[in-house]
Write a protein that binds this ligand. Structure first.
Ligand code: FAD
Length: 482
């Protein structure tokens, strides 16, 4: 029988389960799995430092998992199209498969690969899987992309017909001779400074860990998600964001795990499909959808009038925010959690983002850049949506005039102060009443708590009331077109 050889181009689908492209390759014969490192590719946004760390670990895990199936991962670097072309010719491949991504640059690659290799390679195919809904297939009644979440998600859920996740192959057939491969370490993805120690202590990248995390969350926490998801002091959310970003787990697998759990617990489909956790998966779909239809939004506001907003770019303020030294405890706790672990709770992301753009009036792009570099789950679609939503300049965004009060947010969502005390230990002995507003504490209380404001912990970089008014004035100025 004729033996086919298929190259499987891994992208942000670093898993072996529910991998349609791999399954198609396995059916054909020999499989050559490849990952291409091309950070300088035109139109691509190069991954940030924390993402690179994760990518290194995840690729290493994938290589080991492939090894257990009698295969391996080939590491190549360089521009996508010529690199794939060279590899296909080296292994004499007659098949090339991959999963589709939906950023405009990724679509351009897909088209270029097809154009260059389509004639030489008889079986060339891409598969869905990164999102549950293909963004190009969905438009509103006026034939335009949705910009409001509820009708978008309602349409998605109505039309969703997900297949059963595909099992992991039992073994892979390999070529007689493996092509050359870079070593992962020569790509230098791990920062040469000890910064990632906290990240390494906190996370276990890779498909196996993602599957364990998912099943624990679904079994033990999904029913409490609705009440706990806004509490940064509880482990109330799934923490699957980096795994979803790198495709160590697919949204279809999560959907299927939820469906099976609901069946076991006799929970009707309309009930579980209405869960808040399911809606968050919907926000991920919405983010990918918006980035696909509005590719300029990582750098430009979706609502162009925000180009006129009178931003202030005081460097010291940006630096205080980045270092968790603003003098607002919940903001500082979030920024320190981010720096130490590469992740931040969603509620706190909203608070710190609002503080940057509204209290400090620093352009949201500066915040998005910092997140991009420091988040292990940095995701162009979700990050863009999160920043534009908080700023008020994006789709279905929070109105600009809704300005989070960092004191009351802290008191409401971290009611016992566990989160602030953990990340801002210099305030650990302050009573709850003053924990989010240490400048209001009487001198005696500060002394008892061993806090010298301005020495052990900073005074607020801006006054809340004044900053709030400046933000609103800026908004009025923008709307008046001055
Ligand atoms: P869960 O609450 O368990 O949610 C499950 C999954 O749904 C998440 O893993 C994520 O994939 C998706 N999701 C949840 N909330 C959102 C949301 N608001 N928008 C889009 N998808 C969502 N998320 C990222 O994955 N990468 C980013 O770079 C990113 N940047 C953000 C920036 C800002 C300013 C804000 C406000 C939010 C950002 N988010 C980002 C969204 C959200 O904060 C994280 O997805 C979430 O905190 C991840 O934790 P989790 O996995 O426990 O989420």
């Amino acid at each position: 029988m004729e033996q086919h050889t298929t190259v499987v181009w891994f992208r942000r689908d670093l898993r072996l389960h529910d991998h349609a492209a791999l399954a198609a390759a396995v059916k054909r014969g020999n499989v050559v799995p490849v990952y291409i490192w091309s950070p300088d590719e035109e139109g691509e946004v190069s991954p940030g430092a924390a993402s690179r760390w994760w990518l290194h670990q995840s690729l290493s895990q994938l290589d080991q998992a492939l090894g257990r199936l009698g295969s391996r991962l080939i590491f190549r670097s360089g521009p996508i199209v010529p690199t794939l072309e060279k590899l296909c010719s080296e292994v004499n491949a007659d098949g090339l498969v991959w999963h589709r991504m939906y950023e405009v640059s990724a679509i351009r690659h897909d088209e270029a690969v097809r154009a260059r290799l389509g004639k030489r390679i008889s079986y060339i195919e891409s598969f869905p899987g990164y999102l549950m809904v293909e963004p190009s297939t969905l438009l509103n009644q006026s034939g335009r992309p949705y910009q409001v979440f509820p009708p978008f998600w309602k349409r998605c859920v109505q039309g969703l017909a997900l297949k059963q996740p595909i099992s992991c192959p039992r073994a892979l057939d390999s070529p007689k001779v493996w092509p050359k491969s870079d070593t992962l370490s020569e790509w230098g993805l791990q920062p040469p400074i000890p910064w990632t120690q906290g990240i390494a202590a906190r996370w276990t990248p890779g498909e196996k860990a993602a599957r364990i995390l998912m099943s624990r969350f679904v079994k033990k926490r999904v029913l409490q998600y609705g009440t706990q998801r806004n509490r940064p002091d509880c482990d109330g959310t799934s923490e699957l964001s980096p795994s979803l970003h790198f495709g160590e787990i697919s949204p279809g697998q999560i959907w299927d795990a939820l469906r099976r759990f609901a069946e076991r617990e006799s929970i009707a489909a309309p009930v579980w499909k209405g869960w808040q956790f399911v809606a968050e998966l919907g926000w991920r779909e919405f983010a990918g959808y918006l980035l696909h239809h509005f590719p300029h939004t990582p750098t430009e506001p979706l609502r162009p009038e925000f180009e006129r907003y009178p931003w202030d770019s005081t460097k010291e303020h940006l630096s205080a925010w980045q270092r968790g030294q603003t003098g607002y405890p919940i903001v500082d706790a979030g920024m320190r959690q981010l720096w130490t672990t590469g992740w931040m709770h969603n509620r706190v992301r909203m608070i710190v983002a609002s503080f940057l753009v509204k209290h400090l009036r620093i352009p949201w792009q500066e915040g998005a850049d910092w997140f991009w570099d420091t988040l292990v789950d940095a995701d162009l679609a979700n990050n863009t949506l999160g920043w534009q939503w908080t700023t008020g300049c994006g789709a279905d965004a929070s109105p600009y005039f809704r300005i989070f009060n960092p004191m009351t947010q802290g008191e409401k969502f971290d009611p016992h102060g566990g989160y602030v005390r953990r990340w801002v230990p210099e305030l650990a002995h302050l009573p709850d009443k003053y924990l989010n507003r240490p400048w209001e504490a009487p001198p005696k209380i500060l002394t008892q708590a061993k806090v010298r404001l301005g020495v052990d912990y900073p005074n607020p970089v801006v006054d809340h009331g004044v900053a709030r008014q400046c933000a609103l004035d800026g908004y009025a100025e923008m709307r008046a077109g001055r």
